[in-house]
Write a protein that binds this ligand. Structure first.
Ligand code: SF4
Length: 455
């Protein structure tokens, strides 16, 4: 905390120093995505410390134990390579934990050594270490480049390349490839598709995995997750949709290239306009009429937006996080009449640069930036609201700004896994949370004789 109070207002160009990064490492995203396959055990091909860190970050966010295994590299593996460790791991995993699928992701160390994971898994298969009907696949997730979002995207792309099949029998399904969103968001996306009456396969699907109920019984593999046999049908599907360019479009590209499934790349359906585009893309592709239930939900969101506009209008906002969320959120905040002033994402890429400038050309935008810079911007131009993951709480306290926790990780609050922020329903929840913060601040700061019962 003390250090944050010493953040200077004077901004100096930095090229080789990151202070308080707005990102974390690739394998966390790969692990999160892999758990969206039913009966899958994520396997970290590297040292124990990496796996422990990745598991604990997900566990702190979800307040539920996250299962994953590790190749447990030692100094010997660093010198001679990790083949022996991975072969031993696979034998132990199938003997003890009996998963349907093992999704291997690499770490900085195994990538630096240059372990050839496909060769090692082939050897395991040839030598009978992988039981009949079980699947082992992998994604490369070197953490000295990219971020947790890149790791997520790499793992979902690997799912397409390794789990999807093509037969001669086309089906009528939509393939939904969600970017990194919460289990509740995945549930909400499925609910919207069901109301629209569109058959679909969605993967990964963490609904029923990280939000599993307390039953008193330990279940190693929760009931949720996309089933391998369902994922396989994506190669014969009618159309693919990626939701979030950074997290999901690489998988859609793979689906289009390898299986010739036509596809549409969309922003994450957060907020009114992005949800409209999502629903409209489904409507036109599948030639359906939008049911009244969806229209009513949209109408409720528009109603709350117009009723409460006086509290949103012109309020300044600073946000940080992952590109797909930032693009959709910045657009939604604009719809609300709020003035997004500062935007920082730690994940580099042309999409964030281009789309953020499109949805808000007036803001300070740093792609590949850090939270130190965001704090400096806020000191130079104060805001009325800060939005980002748990790490923003120190800046919010220092600057005495209301703080909306949004994104990953959120380690000091609950509810994010249960309540969606996508779709019209999710938009309502976001409005409610933002209003709570803004109105609470008015109640706290206004003169006693200005305290209003009716707001
Ligand atoms: S940055 Fe690399 S070494 Fe560090 S925890 Fe992540 S994968 Fe492991």
């Amino acid at each position: 905390m003390t250090l944050f109070r010493h953040t200077p207002t004077e901004i100096k160009e930095r090229s080789a120093l990151v202070i308080n990064p707005a990102k974390t490492c690739q394998p966390i995203g790969a692990m999160y995505a892999a758990l969206g396959i039913h009966g899958c055990l994520p396997h970290s091909h590297g040292s124990q410390g990496c796996c422990a860190y990745h598991r604990s970050t997900l566990t702190r966010h979800y307040k539920d134990p996250v299962m994953a295994s590790t190749s447990s590299f030692t100094e010997g593996s660093a010198v001679f390579g990790g083949q022996a460790n991975l072969l031993q791991s696979l034998q132990t995993i199938f003997a003890v934990y009996d998963p349907k699928v093992v999704a291997i992701h690499t770490t900085c160390l195994s990538e630096t050594i240059g372990d050839d994971v496909p060769q090692i898994t082939k050897k395991a298969l040839d030598e009978g270490m992988i039981p009949e009907g079980r699947i082992v696949f992998h994604a490369n997730t070197p953490s000295y480049q990219g971020t947790h979002v890149t790791g997520y995207a790499n793992m979902v792309t690997a799912m397409v390349s390794r789990l999807v099949k093509k037969t001669d029998v086309p089906n009528d399904k939509a393939v939904i490839l969600p970017g990194w969103v919460e289990p509740a968001d995945m549930k909400e996306i499925k609910r919207i598709l069901s109301i629209l009456g569109i058959p679909f396969v969605m993967f990964p699907d963490t609904d029923g995995v990280y939000d599993a109920p307390m039953t008193g019984k330990h279940v190693f593999y929760p009931k949720g997750g996309a089933k391998v046999e369902d994922i396989a049908t994506a190669g014969d599907a009618k159309h693919g949709f990626s939701l979030g360019v950074t997290g999901a479009q690489p998988a859609l590209d793979e689906l289009q290239t390898k299986f010739k499934v036509p596809g549409t790349s969309l922003d994450l359906p957060i907020g009114l306009a992005a949800t409209d585009r999502f629903v409209d893309a489904l409507r036109t592709t599948f030639g359906i009429a939008v049911p009244e239930e969806i229209e009513d939900e949209r109408g409720q969101l528009v109603d709350m937006l117009s009723d409460m506009e006086q509290y949103f209008w012109g309020r300044k906002v600073a946000i940080f996080g992952d590109p797909d969320q930032l693009v959709a959120l910045t657009e939604f905040l604009g719809t609300m009449g709020m003035n997004v002033r500062h935007i920082v994402t730690g994940t580099e890429g042309g999409y964030a640069t281009t789309r953020l400038a499109e949805v808000n050309p007036e803001a300070n935008i740093k792609v590949g930036g850090d939270m130190f810079l965001l704090h400096q911007w806020m000191k130079n131009e104060p805001v009325d609201l800060l939005i980002g993951n748990t790490y923003g709480k120190y800046i919010a306290r220092d600057e005495d700004v209301p703080f909306l926790r949004f994104g990953f990780p959120i380690m000091d609050r609950q509810g994010h896994q249960f309540f969606p922020t996508v779709g019209y329903k999710g938009g309502l929840r976001l409005l409610e949370k933002i209003l709570d913060l803004l109105m609470g601040r008015i109640d706290r700061d206004c003169a006693e004789n200005k305290m209003e019962l009716q707001m």
